[in-house]
Design a protein around this ligand. Structure first.
Ligand code: B4P
Length: 318
């Protein structure tokens, strides 16, 4: 499909939308700045999603929408003719042309990303991004029950990033050379944010990015995230391993997760929340965030783990 991938997705999406095969959710988005951390949040308010069934509801049990996806949503039934992936449209997008990279064979959403998963996602972003037009995409993977995922068949998601939106990871990586974290060099973490997140900048030139580089970088950041699930104290022996992976052409980030939803407010997060894109379904929550955007940082901490910025890995048991 090459460079016309973007046109193929657009055409498929427009047809599916027109024919009612894609169910687009209307929303309104506003930007808010957390004065304490300097972080920008894009808050998307979509009240109609409150009615959507969630993980665990009767309607969501025993149904795998990716086993035999609707042809109307299938952008490519065998991506790159490799027999490994399908590229689908998200049936319930909030952002147009939201695509899903799904394994052809069933694999669980709790399994780690493989070098091939990472490189396939990176190659798709590389085809879809347009530097001249300032069009950027992010691939993300919600792994494990506390990550915000609702489907158990392994899938990554591909989303166009909002125009003129800088994720905190962009600021963190700005002006940084790419590197693979190791025992001497920690992944980047923004010391102002309260929740743990591990970021590594990627090479500027996509020709220098291959499966090995992505795999080594991913494993290095993932290992830091997995530290939180090592049962050193036996305090939480049954905690499920859950994390979010976010990948752009500029960086890769892993965020360990302790909960999919907040207990203090009616809001949950998937990977998008941990780049500052906050989906809100409840009006009360929207009002609270508007009054004090710093609440988002507190909620992200509640659903994640405390930051380890400034600590050496040995200090947090890596
Ligand atoms: P998961 O990883 O399992 O779950 P999710 O993206 O967190 O979405 P969820 O379903 O929990 O919905 P939510 O209310 O949080 O991904 C499964 C994906 O498969 C979803 O995208 C789902 O829509 C899609 N899907 C389900 N049935 C399908 C079918 N039959 N065919 C094809 N695809 C199917 O979020 C609602 C929507 O908004 C989701 O699409 C979500 O990805 C998106 N979203 C969440 N936060 C966002 C943000 N901040 N900005 C933009 N979009 C956002």
């Amino acid at each position: 499909m090459g460079s016309d991938l973007s046109a193929t997705i657009k055409e498929k999406y427009n047809d599916a939308l027109k024919n009612g095969d894609v169910v687009f959710t209307q929303s309104s988005s506003t930007k808010h700045k957390d004065a304490e951390t300097g972080t920008q949040y894009l808050v998307t308010y979509a009240p109609s999603l409150l009615k959507k069934p969630e993980r665990g509801d009767d309607e969501t049990i025993n149904r795998n929408p990716f086993a035999e996806p609707e042809p109307e949503l299938t952008v490519d039934g065998d991506l790159n003719d490799e027999g490994e992936y399908k590229l689908l449209l998200n049936k319930y997008p909030v952002v147009p042309e939201h695509a899903l990279l799904v394994t052809k064979e069933f694999k669980p959403q709790t399994s780690a990303l493989t070098p091939k998963d990472l490189f396939t996602a990176y190659s798709l972003i590389d085809k879809l991004d347009d530097e001249d037009e300032m069009i950027r995409h992010m691939a993300f993977y919600n792994c494990g029950v506390n990550s915000g995922s609702s489907q158990d068949h392994k899938h990554l998601q591909l989303l166009k990033l909002p125009e003129k939106f800088l994720c905190f990871q962009d600021k963190l990586c700005s002006g940084q050379e790419s590197f693979i974290p190791n025992v001497h060099t920690e992944p980047l973490q923004d010391g102002k944010l309260s929740f743990a997140h591990f970021v590594a900048p990627l090479p500027e030139d996509s020709a220098s990015v291959d499966e090995d580089l992505l795999a080594m970088t991913f494993i290095a950041v993932l290992q830091r995230a997995l530290t939180f699930f090592q049962d050193w104290t036996n305090e939480k022996p049954k905690m499920d391993v859950s994390y979010n992976v976010m990948l752009t052409k500029q960086w890769i980030c892993v965020v360990p997760r302790s909960a999919s939803k907040s207990k203090q407010m009616n809001i949950g997060f998937n990977a998008t929340g941990y780049v500052g894109m906050v989906l809100v379904k409840d009006e009360e929550v929207l009002k609270k965030i508007q009054e004090n955007p710093h609440i988002v940082d507190e909620l992200l901490l509640e659903c994640g783990f405390p930051s380890t910025a400034g600590e050496a890995t040995t200090q947090y048991h890596y």
